[in-house]
Design a binder for this molecule. Structure first.
Ligand SMILES: Cc1cc2nc3c(=O)[nH]c(=O)nc-3n(C[C@H](O)[C@H](O)[C@H](O)COP(=O)(O)OP(=O)(O)OC[C@H]3O[C@@H](n4cnc5c(N)ncnc54)[C@H](O)[C@@H]3O)c2cc1C
Length: 432
């Protein structure tokens, strides 16, 4: 019998095993944490439910919907029209900024509008990096006030260092009329991949991963893989147990996968590993007395005086707090390898208090977590390094699946589809 292993019991790994099982094959899922779900988990603290940062479901494919219906999840999700905004220049205006500059102070609005018109009229050569692309697509004003500071705060990298491999799906491009309408407050069209989203009516986003985990017959929690031998085909757990494998899907983050390989690594593989850049995210989840200070689901904060890049009010889209209370999610991007600044949580809360989004002495629960990694930095070396590592692992019968193993920018729907694809790959060859 083929011995099939899946490293990681997040959404991708769970769907991989569930789909294999549905076709009569067995896989063992090895998960280092005590609960399944990875980034798609929810923690309870007193009466509050905290996700590991805002996790909203966008479903674009019928295949995903059918899958979630079959799991009994779909009917427990509520659909919402996005209420997202940008906090800039002491003002608040709806997201996306490029078609909603009307809410900003007049000087910023003028810069954004003039810059867009100049860019629209200019004939620029093809952009080579994110900096040039923003100037080309949106102009200097929108770049200076929003796109550059926001993305530099999020990715902890200069805009020139970022490639264009990730922007198409995530940054909507309006035409001139939309931008002018947006400066005058005439725009009311929902725009972007996340204009509508779904979220569990109760209990948080873990509903998704838990529903899949319930179907997986061999899910081993508290089982961290610390060593991987590619030539001899075994993995070793932190407890010292060895498991042999014939085929394996890895869903843990690509650099950490490389770090666990005990075979001697060729220099080019070592170099590709060193080329991978990312940021971690510190999430401060708060359970707060009193109603939410704002009706929005989340806010973007481009300005450097705010340590966070995004703040959400998750209880505005799901029952996550008792009546008359609310939850807050504060996301701060961190460069890996540096200690978390000592007063960061206090500074973040104080910054929210200064703008009236948090009241003193109302915090009842606090959960601080770090997602490592959180966002892949799409610099110019990423593409070739990932292709190189993918080939290397594939030669040893290891398939990479999911956001962090494939070292990409993707969402929960992609994790479900990646899991389905991994299951097809893992099936014994006569059966594919
Ligand atoms: C800040 C942030 C916000 C996001 N917001 C959204 C959103 O709003 N909507 C959306 O759709 N998606 C969102 N995502 C993306 C979403 O979280 C991912 O696409 C999805 O959860 C990926 O699942 P995965 O199984 O591939 O990875 P993971 O969830 O990371 O699963 C990998 C699993 O591997 C385990 N593991 C790691 N190392 C080992 C080891 N050595 N041994 C055993 N197990 C190991 C981990 O514990 C983890 O459970 C967001 C992501 C981030 C970081």
């Amino acid at each position: 019998m083929t011995r099939t292993l899946v490293i990681g019991g997040g959404l991708t790994g769970l769907v991989t095993a569930e789909r294999l099982q549905a076709e009569g094959h067995q896989a063992v899922v090895l998960e280092k944490e005590a609960t399944p779900g990875g980034a798609c988990r929810t923690e309870e603290r007193g009466p509050y439910h905290f996700d590991y940062t805002g996790h909203l479901l966008h479903v674009a494919r019928d295949e995903t919907r059918t899958y979630l219906e079959r799991l009994g999840v779909w009917s427990r999700l509520t659909e919402h029209d996005r209420r997202a905004a940008i906090h800039l220049g002491g003002a608040i205006t709806p997201y996306p900024i490029q078609i909603h500059t009307w809410g900003l102070p007049p000087e910023i609005r003028r810069d954004c509008l003039l810059g867009f018109i100049e860019a629209w009229a200019a004939q620029r050569p093809d952009p080579m990096n994110f900096f040039q692309w923003v100037l080309d697509q949106f102009g200097e004003g929108l770049g200076r006030h929003f796109f550059f500071p926001y993305n530099e705060k999020l990715f902890r990298a200069r805009s020139e260092e970022l490639s264009l491999d990730w922007v198409g799906r995530y940054v909507p491009k309006p035409d001139l009329k939309e931008v002018v309408d947006g400066a005058l407050g005439l725009h009311d069209k929902a725009v972007g991949y996340n204009a509508r989203f779904r979220y569990p009516a109760e209990g948080g986003i873990r509903l998704l991963a838990d529903a899949v985990a319930d179907q997986v017959s061999d899910l081993r929690l508290d089982t961290e893989i610390t060593k991987i031998h590619l030539k001899e085909r075994w993995v070793e757990t932190a407890a010292g147990d060895r498991l042999p494998w014939d085929r394996m899907t890895a869903t843990l983050a690509l650099p950490f996968l490389v770090d666990r390989v005990v075979d001697p690594l060729p220099d080019d593989v070592e170099a590709a590993r060193r080329a991978l850049r990312w940021v971690n995210v510190l999430n401060v989840a708060l359970g707060v007395r009193g109603p939410a200070p704002r009706p929005e689901h989340w806010f973007y904060f481009p300005e450097p005086e705010f340590p966070f890049y995004r703040v959400g009010f998750p209880s505005n889209h799901g029952r996550l707090a008792p009546e008359g209370h609310h939850t807050v999610s504060i996301e701060v991007s961190l460069k890996p390898g540096f200690p978390v600044p000592e007063n960061l949580v206090e500074e973040a809360e104080a910054a929210l208090m200064r703008i009236g989004m948090l009241q003193p002495e109302t915090i009842e629960e606090r959960l601080v977590t770090v997602l490592n990694p959180a966002y892949v930095v799409f610099d110019h070396g990423r593409k070739s390094a990932v292709a190189h590592l993918r080939r290397f692992f594939s030669d040893y019968g290891v398939h990479l699946a999911g956001r962090w193993a494939e070292w990409k920018y993707s969402a929960m729907e992609d994790a479900i589809l990646d899991g389905m694809a991994a299951a097809r790959w893992l099936k014994p060859s006569g059966d594919r």
